[in-house]
Design a protein around this ligand. Structure first.
Ligand code: GLN
Length: 209
């Protein structure tokens, strides 16, 4: 009978790679859906409410919600500087809807920018009252031929893009609704409200890129 190959007991078994830790800013808004999406793609979601929650994160998601409220809470809890430091260290970030407004460097109505991590101007509530909320398929060639299903809820649009910003998708009027600048991604719509995980997977890929 064949003997099992002798194992070398002195060799330590390598530890399994730890799942990437992805923070989800959990001050307000569509937090739970991003948490589920991160679990689905093999990441470990971490709720971020205080600066200490940002320690040892590999990436950060800024969810949709109400950017005016999030602006106040970011200031109240002292999150702005540690988020900026995390971006400077090269951690990928994904902002959806209000999260895109948080990331923008310029706000079209003259409001002060909140984080200023993305070289775009953003117009809040750009689809107006008539189209408060709607759903539409969005072509995102960088994610493959199948369109993303976009859920738009009082959505912003990008009204101006800086030179280093790649437009990933546009609305039927040609206005950018998904952009990427290096490791910073933003969408005007809510990919987390569908079961398409391609954007969350891209965020994880950017960690090791
Ligand atoms: N209209 C909201 C704002 O200006 C964004 C809406 C959303 O995130 N669904 O902050």
């Amino acid at each position: 009978m064949a003997q099992p190959a002798p194992s070398a007991p002195s060799e330590p078994t390598p530890l399994p790679p730890r799942p990437p830790r992805v923070g989800v800013l959990a001050l307000q808004g569509a937090v739970r859906e991003h948490v589920e999406a991160i679990r689905d793609v093999g990441g470990q979601p971490v709720l971020v409410r205080l600066p200490a929650d940002l320690e040892n994160l590999d990436a950060l998601i800024l969810p949709g919600g109400e950017s005016t409220t999030m602006r106040k809470l970011i200031d109240r809890y002292g999150l702005r500087e540690p988020i900026l430091a995390m971006a400077r260290s090269g951690a990928p970030m994904l902002g959806t809807c209000a999260g895109m407004i948080l990331l923008a460097d310029r706000l079209a109505d003259g409001e002060d920018p909140i984080l200023g991590l993305l070289d775009v101007a953003v117009e809040r509530n750009a689809y107006g009252r008539q189209l408060d909320s709607f759903e539409a398929d969005v072509d995102v060639p960088a994610l493959g031929p199948r369109p993303l299903h976009g859920v738009f809820i009082r959505a912003p649009v990008v009204s101006d893009v800086g030179p280093g910003v790649e437009v990933l998708a546009r609305d039927p009027e040609g206005r950018p609704i998904a952009v990427r600048q290096g490791r910073v991604l933003a969408t005007a719509f809510h990919p987390e409200l569908t079961d398409d995980r391609r954007l969350h997977r891209l965020l994880l890929e950017l960690i090791s890129a």
